[in-house]
Design a protein around this ligand. Structure first.
Ligand code: HEM
Length: 415
């Protein structure tokens, strides 16, 4: 579902969401924008559409106009799930629930998450028959429900597993991406010369009379290096996800008994002075050298922002595309600066995801980088310019109609 070939098929969905975001920023020029919230709405709609289908996103938007209700649920759930829990390190203490994490999980605003997901599963399970008959493209949830029916196992048990997979993807896909968008923007605001290098690249690759498309992304090498360097300094999951070996093993001379909960400290690896030069400095250039040859595949043990091996992140192609697309579009369309008198703090708050300790990252989109282009593609309202553009578009449609009817006539002539 999340491999490149399938993602190509839903490009229009991503383009729609990213452009909606740019339109949204355009209405707020000169005012602070909460970057995390912006990224959340963009990413959440894409991820939820992949899982449940775009109809579900429409219904959700109707219920909670700006999607904040669901965001709060995802953030709260992620916070509780991601808190370092003493019970994980000392399972004998689990029954005492020393930090009260188990208790908080049962509180209504957190446990609401499961009924919300159950409601979606039920809604889609009820109507999927009709949809499949009409040959609509299947969504992840339809595939999972079909698989569940094929097997002769207790249905309620399987529903629990499906819910777990969905929660994994909804939280894994949104919270990590928002966290990274906030870190990338913080580093760019902190290093204006790097931001301007990215904008120069965009000017060169996309052009100022054009609009960013996913086809431009493979040529944005400097932006790619900026994202890679941010993921090195601020890996979204600093200890990856805990692993539990099914057999005892010796690793690096240490015995890891079967069933031990193992956390891999990627944060420390990414800042190890033995493998990285000036590890605490933000230097995207280190990823430009062909000799470095570092990607997200987890084959080089000095760089593992998405993990490695069989449990590597399942959403790498989507995460990479979305981060590149969002930043290419935000930086191509606008100049960005910090609100007056504010500094970017890059202090971290440890949990499952490595968040900024000051959660909100506010930045001001100062001015559009190319008014003409923005007005054409992201009209915000009624203006003489918009009318002119619409008339030009109508003339364009008319001309292409005339051209195609001429082609049709000549074709008929030859038949
Ligand atoms: C910048 C964004 C993202 C980052 C940095 C990230 C990072 C990670 C990391 C480090 C892991 C754990 C790997 C391990 O323990 O070895 C993981 C697991 C996972 N990620 Fe992502 N991820 C991102 C976006 C996404 C997206 C967009 C999706 C799906 C829509 C996704 C789905 C998953 C799933 C399902 C797992 C669990 C895989 C398993 O346990 O087998 N992630 N991610």
């Amino acid at each position: 579902m999340l491999i490149n070939r399938n993602l190509e098929a839903c490009y229009s969905l991503r383009r729609h969401e990213v452009r909606k975001t740019i339109r949204n920023v355009r209405t707020k020029i000169g005012n602070p924008v909460d970057i995390g919230e912006l990224a959340f709405l963009t990413e959440m709609n894409v991820v939820i559409s992949i899982i449940f289908g775009s109809k579900f996103v429409e219904e959700m938007e109707k219920r909670s106009k700006d999607g904040t209700e669901f965001r709060e649920l995802v953030v709260k759930y992620g916070q509780v799930m991601g808190k370092p829990n003493i019970s994980d390190f000392f399972p004998v203490l689990a029954r005492f629930d020393l930090q009260g994490i188990q208790k908080v999980m049962g509180k209504p605003n957190i446990s609401d998450f499961h009924p919300a997901i159950s409601e979606c599963v039920k809604m889609l399970s009820d109507r999927r028959e009709g949809e499949i008959q009409r040959n609509e493209k299947k969504h992840l949830i339809q595939i999972l429900l079909e698989l569940m029916e094929q097997k002769d196992i207790g249905i309620s048990q399987d529903l629990v597993k499906i819910k777990a997979i969905l929660v994994d993807i909804a939280i894994g896909g949104t919270d990590t991406t928002i966290t990274m968008v906030e870190w990338v923007m913080s580093e760019l605001l902190n290093n204006p010369e790097i931001m301007s290098k990215v904008q120069q690249e965009l000017k060169h690759v996309v052009g100022m009379n054009n609009i960013v498309e996913e086809s431009h992304l493979p040529n944005l090498h400097y932006l790619d290096a900026v994202l890679k360097e941010t993921l090195r300094l601020h890996p979204a999951l600093p200890f990856l996800l805990p692993k539990r070996p099914s057999q005892s093993a010796i690793v690096g001379g240490y015995k890891i008994p079967e069933g031990t909960k193992v956390f891999l400290n990627v944060y420390a690896i990414h800042r190890d002075p033995q493998v990285w030069e000036s590890p605490l400095e933000f230097q995207p250039e280190r990823f430009l050298s062909p000799s470095t040859n570092l990607d997200y595949a987890g084959n080089n043990m000095k760089y593992l922002p998405f993990g490695s091996g069989r449990r590597i992140c399942a959403g790498i192609p989507l995460a990479e595309k979305m981060l590149m697309f969002i930043f290419a579009s935000l930086l191509h369309s606008f100049h960005w600066k910090l609100p007056e008198g504010e500094n970017v703090d890059i202090l971290e708050e440890f949990g499952l995801t490595l968040k900024k300790s000051e959660r909100r990252v506010e930045a001001i989109s100062v001015k559009p980088r190319n008014c003409k282009d923005l007005d054409t593609i992201f009209p915000t309202g009624f203006s003489i310019y918009n009318i002119r553009v619409r008339i030009m578009m109508l003339v364009g449609h008319f001309l292409s109609l005339v051209r195609s009817s001429n082609q049709l006539l000549s074709l008929l002539h030859y038949c």
